[in-house]
Design a protein around this ligand. Structure first.
Ligand SMILES: [Zn+2]
Length: 535
């Protein structure tokens, strides 16, 4: 007698191996058996998967669900695509460690404003975070990294000063504690303060702490590439080489319009580093646009001390004039040209400015009769530094070249959101709702960029292997029962930049740790996910 029996489906087992016909049985939270089981056994619940694919639940390699699942445990944007695990803690920023110093704790919370300024945290380290989320209940699993910005902020504060040897030692201790508590690795966000204030030497020194724990990753949102080439990527490879740690490069992209079309050259350099002994992988998401806070587009010195200090600088007319001059002289991030018609406001917290959502800064400037840069700075002040934007700074061709490369896996860079709750505001990037389904619908079915088993592999077994997650990401007896039943002939994303809060379709059944979380396309309300621990 099994708890769940999935009959008549085509198993794509997550290893990249060819599909085969089999029934899959689940007992409690484990896959119990695979084979020809129908009619030879009984089950409390039988799921008819005839004509459908049975795949491992997807593991999203790059997400920002750290607090969204705390704010709304349902996480439907991911669950309804068959995602059963989100890797959190990316791009340097995590809601832990929280410094005992109340001022530093306040700045950390301020920088993670996105969902609820007043959210009660109730933790200060990875284990505390795990305990709180597990006690609350969450719809999907979380595999947490620990972020360099959070560690640096807790150890030496959120200013732009270089770290002293004592500061580096303090950061290394905080990293070591997080790894002891089962964090899967260290993330940096080297365009986002205060991670961006750390130089190569600092990151190498801290990353050496990872080397004592084989398999824990150095995951990097790299420093902005300059017109000279993928300089941020080269720095990440150097850090891996010198610290002796595996490198995972986040959200691969060519963002500088002057370098569009060079994805192949970038991957060739990565392959060369791999031949020289660097253990390196990467992730990519299937859109030609990215998203973040507008604050990272400001010069680094303007962002020192956190969000409210940034806004105070912009309120001072003399300082604002210097900020503006610096922006115009030095370009966007690493000197990319400003294309104000390619920067679109997607989330504003202040109600009086919500009308700006969906407008580019060029349009907002026109509407207000001011230059686009002034429209952007006015909005930053009015919204107290919380403005989120979409950057249309990538090409479809580069994205496909990253996607089809054998070293890449899929990471949405999105969060687990639910449209009708506290995480349903603004016009966030459609990647939150659509990345996995878009891969299967557009880049497997409509255009054969990847085969179905290759795409599933890059969203399950390959990710599990990279994380050292030995009991997930594959369909094999004894492993955790995270499963998705997919209609490969219809699965598709529906979220768009204009209307992003739309769930994907074509994933009728999802099982998380043995519990049916989506039945006949509708979430059941079961919250059987948990915060995982690195082995
Ligand atoms: Zn990032």
């Amino acid at each position: 007698m099994y708890d769940v029996l999935i009959t008549g489906g085509t198993v794509i087992d997550g290893t990249g191996a060819p599909p085969y016909r089999a029934d899959v049985a689940v007992n409690r939270d484990r896959i119990a058996a695979i084979g020809s089981l129908d009619g030879r056994t009984e089950a409390r619940r039988v799921i008819d998967a005839a004509g459908k694919v049975v795949a491992p639940g997807f593991i999203d390699m790059h997400t920002h669900s750290d607090l969204t699942l705390r704010a709304d445990a349902r996480g439907w944007s991911k669950l309804r695509q068959g995602v059963t695990t989100d890797v959190t803690g990316n791009c340097g920023m995590t809601p832990y460690p929280v410094a005992p110093d109340p001022e530093r704790a306040r700045v950390l919370k301020e920088s993670l404003f996105a969902i609820a300024d007043d959210m009660a945290w109730g933790w200060h380290d990875v284990q505390g975070y795990r305990d709180v989320l597990n006690a609350q209940g969450i719809a999907i699993n979380v595999a947490p990294l620990v972020g360099h910005s959070a560690i640096r902020g807790a150890a030496i504060g959120f200013g732009e000063d270089p770290a002293s040897p004592d500061g580096i030692a303090a950061m290394s201790r905080l990293l070591s504690d997080a790894l002891d508590q089962g964090a899967f690795g260290l993330s940096t966000g080297l365009t986002l303060p205060p991670s961006s204030y750390g130089d190569t030497e600092e990151v190498v020194a801290i990353a050496r702490t990872l080397a004592a724990r084989p398999g824990r990753l150095y995951c990097s949102h790299v420093r902005g590439d300059t017109v000279d080439g993928p300089t941020g990527m080269r720095e990440a490879l150097e850090i891996g080489r010198r610290a002796g740690v595996p490198v995972h490069l986040a959200h691969m992209a060519v963002n500088d319009p002057r370098r569009w079309g060079t994805a192949g050259e970038v991957m060739a350099e990565i392959d060369e580093a791999a031949r020289d002994g660097v253990d390196v992988t990467c992730d990519v998401y299937p859109y030609a646009a990215s998203s973040s806070g507008f604050s990272q587009c400001l010069p680094g010195w303007v962002q020192s001390g956190g969000r409210l200090e940034t806004v105070a600088r912009l309120r001072d007319p003399g300082t604002r004039a210097r900020v503006r001059a610096d922006m115009e002289a030095n370009g966007l991030l690493a000197g990319w040209p400003w294309h104000w018609d390619r920067l679109m406001v997607c989330r504003v917290v202040t109600p009086e400015w919500r009308h700006a959502e969906g407008m580019t800064f060029a349009e907002l400037g026109d509407a207000r009769g001011v230059a686009p840069v002034d429209a952007a700075l006015d909005l930053m002040v009015a919204d107290e530094g919380r403005v989120q934007i979409i950057f249309f700074y990538r090409t479809e061709e580069d994205m496909r070249n990253f996607l089809r490369h054998p070293r890449s896996m899929v990471g949405s860079d999105g969060s687990a959101l639910t449209a009708d709750g506290p995480t349903g505001g603004g016009r966030p990037h459609p990647r939150n709702y659509g990345a996995a389904a878009r891969i299967l619908g557009r880049y497997v079915r409509h255009e054969p960029v990847l085969s179905l088993e290759d795409a599933v592999h890059r969203m399950s077994g390959k990710v599990a292997d990279r994380l050292g997650l030995r009991d997930r990401g594959r369909i094999r007896a004894g492993l955790a029962a995270d499963l998705a039943v997919i209609d490969a002939s219809t699965v598709i994303d529906h979220a768009t930049f204009e209307s992003p809060h739309q769930y994907a379709t074509g994933v009728p059944w999802v099982i998380v740790n043995g519990a049916v979380a989506v039945a006949d396309g509708e979430p059941t309300g079961t919250h059987n996910g948990r915060v995982l621990t690195a082995a």
